[in-house]
Design a protein around this ligand. Structure first.
Ligand code: ASP
Length: 332
């Protein structure tokens, strides 16, 4: 009898320990975001710096609220990216750069690491929040990537908010485009000044259920033409999530694409037994060239890594342990 009692109480103790371990694991969440990488001058006026920090903080809070209340990683990355898309400072949504024709064409992608479901759109011109249309492609269609006119027709069938293309007009991007046009008139189109290469927004998250998701949205490169598509909507290049990690890229899209960068980071971890930090470093130093790109990522344990081989990257992160950062350059 005594033995039965002893075994029963030992079992009860073991089960309660197990339960609290599982609970502790499940209550963990993490979120990271970026607002583009590139040559970001340290001479950025304090007032501008402040605006960037505020924009990053605001987007972090959006994701924080969702994840801390038990919302999904997918919801968190979509809503975080929407916040950045609505901010004219970043090259996505409202602040998208100009094409060679003086219009705006936007790309976005989202991926659910728990199912490998993904949705993406490229070359859309009237969708206020491209990331939400990408999510609709994922949930309401049998396909992964819609482009141009087809993507607009698909948008007609969804409830996404539409805008005139002039909604994305901003003075700062207009002036940047004019400078880019002058360069190309001088026949220097192949020498793309760093200023024109970069800008994109993205978010990655791990939710309390242990699920990972990634989302990225961009206006692409200033003065782009011929329907240029960058890395962002190409699943595995600028955006990727599976059971190992969720990654979002920013930088020179052609370089990121050629190295299938986001997927390579996740695969390097899985096949090589490397950490997220090591895998990201491998792609940035062994595959890409200095000045090419930046990445944010989160792994299945909630570890966050944000690295770039550019001068700066607008970025931020937050987790359930109360860690919170917003940064632009290496240490600031
Ligand atoms: N990767 C984006 C593109 O090539 C641009 C960027 O992130 O700055 O479209």
């Amino acid at each position: 009898m005594r033995l039965i009692l002893f075994v029963t109480s030992a079992l009860a103790l073991f089960l309660s320990e197990l339960n609290s371990t599982v609970h502790a694991q499940q209550s963990k969440w993490s979120l990271a975001l970026h607002g583009g990488a590139g040559v970001i001058s340290k001479d950025l006026p304090d007032s501008m710096k402040q605006l960037y920090y505020e924009g990053l903080e605001e987007a972090l809070s959006v994701g924080e609220e969702i994840l801390s209340e038990g919302g999904s990683a997918l919801e968190a990355v979509e809503m975080t990216v929407r916040s950045l898309e609505d901010n004219p400072l970043f090259n996505a949504g409202r602040g998208a750069v100009y094409t060679n024709e003086g219009t705006h064409e936007l790309d976005a992608a989202i991926m659910d690491g728990s199912t490998l479901a993904a949705g993406a759109i490229t070359g859309v011109t009237t969708v206020k929040n491209p990331i939400s249309l990408a999510r609709n492609v994922m949930t309401d269609s049998r396909h992964v990537l819609f482009s141009g006119a087809g993507a607009e027709t698909f948008a007609d069938q969804t409830g996404v908010e539409r805008v005139d293309n002039s909604y994305y007009d901003t003075k700062r991007r207009y002036e940047q485009w004019k400078r880019a046009q002058q360069q190309s008139n001088l026949g220097k189109e192949n020498v793309i000044p760093d200023e024109y290469k970069y800008g994109t927004v993205g978010a990655v998250a791990l939710d309390k259920d242990g699920k990972l998701a990634a989302a990225t949205s961009t206006g692409g490169m200033t003065n782009k033409r011929f329907g240029r598509v960058g890395d962002v909507p190409i699943i595995g290049s600028g955006t990727f999530a599976n059971h190992v990690a969720a990654i979002s890229a920013t930088g020179w899209g052609e370089q990121i694409m050629k190295n299938v960068s986001a997927n390579t980071i996740a695969n390097y971890m899985e096949f090589n037994g490397s950490t997220l930090e090591e895998a990201m470093d491998f792609v940035l130093t062994e595959r890409l060239n200095p000045g090419d790109a930046g990445f944010i990522g989160v792994d299945h344990e909630g570890n966050i890594s944000m690295q770039m081989n550019t001068v700066g990257m607008f970025r931020g992160s937050i987790d359930s342990h109360g860690n919170r950062t917003v940064m632009i350059w290496e240490n600031e």
